[in-house]
Design a binder for this molecule. Structure first.
Ligand SMILES: *[C@@H]1O[C@H](CO)[C@@H](O)[C@H](O)[C@H]1NC(C)=O
Ligand SMILES: *[C@@H]1O[C@H](CO)[C@@H](O)[C@H](O)[C@H]1NC(C)=O
Ligand SMILES: *[C@@H]1O[C@H](CO)[C@@H](O)[C@H](O)[C@H]1NC(C)=O
Ligand SMILES: *[C@@H]1O[C@H](CO)[C@@H](O)[C@H](O)[C@H]1NC(C)=O
Ligand SMILES: *[C@@H]1O[C@H](CO)[C@@H](O)[C@H](O)[C@H]1NC(C)=O
Ligand SMILES: *[C@@H]1O[C@H](CO)[C@@H](O)[C@H](O)[C@H]1NC(C)=O
Ligand SMILES: *[C@@H]1O[C@H](CO)[C@@H](O)[C@H](O)[C@H]1NC(C)=O
Ligand SMILES: *[C@@H]1O[C@H](CO)[C@@H](O)[C@H](O)[C@H]1NC(C)=O
Length: 448
């Protein structure tokens, strides 16, 4: 059913005339006390500007009338793109749902009065409660018809989707769907990283870090997302490197047709609606392959997505738990065959174009030999990386060396080889005896 005039219905809402049903247009954006939307009547809420719609739906793959949910999706957009689900873990088995304000709260009930979903609120003893679907996609429950003071809003109680003008703070979690066609709570949660509030993390099964935005190789690429997630309020406007290919994103309104989703496979994806192709264009998605998953091969394990088995231990290391490793569970990582400084000689394994977790220290040095010496002198130095300064050909300042010396003291993590853009040359501190009988001070992993 198509609205002949949205403006007409806005007027109805503004003049507080409760309009329900008897016309061929059911598009209203507000429900007040003792109004309802009943499943299978075709009634929905449509935001005033016709951007979002709230109603009952069945996900793809379920029979009509089977597994009914209340959700919000983009109005008139195909394929139906759901951005919020009320009863995600408690579908109705039949089309008997009623979405209404009842007994001082917003409720999804069946015809027997059983509650399937309700915001977690004390009952409000007011007969003036209204719930309104905004053009931002936000569903707002408030005590007055002007929606000035909200008691609850879907933007503070999201499902798996972040829409522009939400704000991702510590109280907010996005939880993936269980499957492509199952909005129930899945395995992946996207939220603020407790270790650093400007950063974000995907965790798996409520405990295992699956991806972190605070990794050196994501620098820059994540700025736009950070800006959107902060409700466009981060101090530094992003430099928009990653999106320069598409549109120049500057004002918050440029993001109106974008959404950020934690997908059921664990990917965080940023999409923009392309009006011409009528498709969601992906702007950003991470982790983009198995090697971008947080520490996917464990400590001292090296990842290469091109290999038949993506993970292997660095030379001189062995799986911490061979049974798990051989069963394809690499998170346990690898350990040294011989502990450093246990009597024998040690050496350095030279690896090119490597991605690696953040170093523990960085200091200026004159040359690589000095860096190597610093690392060799410390049994807890796991690896170093020397990088020439760009201006090292100019005169030497007293306090600035010719290059920088990065050192890692904790177990090496997030190792990836063949990392072409932004990879480092690293030298891993190992016992000489672990590299086989041949003295082999320079070891190129690629040649294995
Ligand atoms: C639902 O399934 C049909 C047929 O398999 C497919 O064409 C369509 O894109 C699916 N819609 C969504 C939202 O996944
Ligand atoms: C819906 O049906 C399934 C099986 O068909 C059953 O397990 C489930 O409890 C039912 N849910 C409700 C809310 O009645
Ligand atoms: C409802 O709103 C009207 C007018 O704004 C007000 O006079 C009345 O007290 C309100 N009722 C309740 C129960 O809050
Ligand atoms: C985000 O910003 C908009 C516009 O400044 C504001 O109306 C909205 O309340 C903000 N959202 C949150 C969750 O703070
Ligand atoms: C997550 O939990 C499920 C069930 O609780 C389990 O089957 C699965 O192996 C777990 N996955 C990981 C990566 O721990
Ligand atoms: C984006 O850049 C790539 C190569 O840099 C180019 O092939 C492609 O056409 C560009 N896309 C757009 C939409 O400009
Ligand atoms: C530092 O660089 C300068 C200029 O290239 C060079 O003369 C000097 O020997 C370097 N220092 C060391 C200790 O290698
Ligand atoms: C790594 O080493 C190669 C030569 O072995 C050199 O050409 C390259 O510039 C080095 N990369 C970095 C980032 O220092």
């Amino acid at each position: 059913m198509v609205c002949q005039s949205l403006a007409f219905f806005n007027l109805l809402v503004v003049t507080h005339i409760i309009f329900f049903g008897s016309s061929n247009c059911s598009a209203i954006d507000t429900l007040s006390h003792d109004n309802w939307i009943r499943d299978n009547t075709g009634k929905t809420l449509v935001s005033a500007g016709g951007r979002f719609e709230l109603g009952f739906f069945s996900p793809n793959g379920s029979l009509a009338g089977d597994r009914r949910y209340v959700g919000i999706w983009y109005y008139n957009l195909s394929p139906q793109t759901v951005v919020w689900v009320a009863n995600r873990d408690k579908p109705l088995n039949k089309s008997v749902g009623v979405f209404s304000i009842r007994d001082g709260n917003l409720k999804l009930l069946d015809t027997t009065g059983k509650v399937y979903w309700s915001p977690n609120l004390p009952p409000y003893l007011s007969s003036n409660l209204t719930v309104k679907l905004m053009d931002s996609g936000n569903l707002v429950l408030s005590e007055d018809k002007q929606s000035a003071v909200s008691l609850w809003q879907s933007f503070e109680d999201p499902t798996d989707t972040f829409l522009p003008h939400m704000k991702m703070d510590k109280s907010l979690n996005l939880i993936s769907w269980r499957d492509k066609d199952d909005p129930g709570k899945g395995d992946f949660t996207f939220k603020v990283d407790e270790e650093s509030e400007d950063d974000f993390i995907i965790i798996r099964n409520n405990s295992v870090p699956y991806w972190k935005s605070r990794e050196p190789w994501l620098k820059g690429r994540f700025e736009v997302i950070r800006y959107v997630l902060s409700n466009f309020s981060t101090l530094a406007q992003p430099t928009i490197s990653v999106y320069s290919n598409l549109t120049r994103f500057t004002q918050s309104s440029d993001y109106d047709d974008t959404r950020l989703v934690i997908d059921f496979t664990g990917q965080i994806q940023h999409f923009k609606w392309d009006k011409e192709t009528r498709n969601w264009t992906p702007l950003f998605s991470e982790p983009k392959d198995i090697c971008s998953v947080f520490n996917t091969c464990g400590n001292f394990g090296s990842c290469n997505a091109e290999n038949r088995i993506a993970c292997k231990c660095l030379p001189g290391f062995k799986p911490s738990s061979p049974e798990q490793w051989n069963a394809g569970d690499f998170f346990g990582g690898c350990t040294r065959k011989t502990i450093l400084c246990s009597g024998g000689e040690d050496t350095f394994l030279s690896l090119k174009m490597m991605k690696l977790g953040t170093q523990d220290s960085s200091s200026p040095v004159d040359n690589e030999a000095e860096c190597r010496m610093k690392c060799r002198q410390q049994c807890q130095c796991q690896a170093y990386s020397f990088e020439k300064s760009e201006n090292s050909n100019r005169r030497r300042d007293t306090n600035v060396g010719n290059g920088s010396c990065r050192m890692w003291y904790s177990e090496l993590n997030n190792i990836q080889e063949e990392y072409v853009s932004g990879g480092r040359n690293i030298s891993v501190h190992v016992a000489l005896s672990d590299l086989g009988t041949e003295p082999c001070p320079v070891y190129v992993l690629r040649m294995l």
